[in-house]
Design a protein. Structure first.
Length: 86
């Protein structure tokens, strides 16, 4: 454990940020899984609706620095490509 006051504060902040970002990452993964499950079913309209929600979620997480912006963009692109192939 840290001895210096600023290091203790930083450890506390990191712990709080980690729990917040973990829940946000989980939310993004859930949105992606919803799109993928709709694609597996072959339901284009449901997949498109789920994609809109996932796109918004991924953009939000990229802006909050939870995900890297290129990863969010790559994920959206791959999902959209699979939807168009239906």
């Amino acid at each position: 454990m840290a001895n210096i006051k600023s290091a203790k504060k930083r450890a506390k902040q990191n712990k709080i940020r980690n729990t917040l970002k973990s829940s946000q990452r989980s939310k993004a993964r859930t949105a992606i899984k919803a799109v993928e499950s709709a694609i597996e079913e072959g339901n284009k309209s449901t997949a498109s609706e789920a994609y809109k929600l996932a796109e918004k979620t991924l953009d939000t997480m990229a802006n909050k620095k939870v995900l890297h912006k290129n990863k969010a963009s790559r994920t959206k692109s791959r999902l959209n490509k699979r939807i168009k192939a239906l």
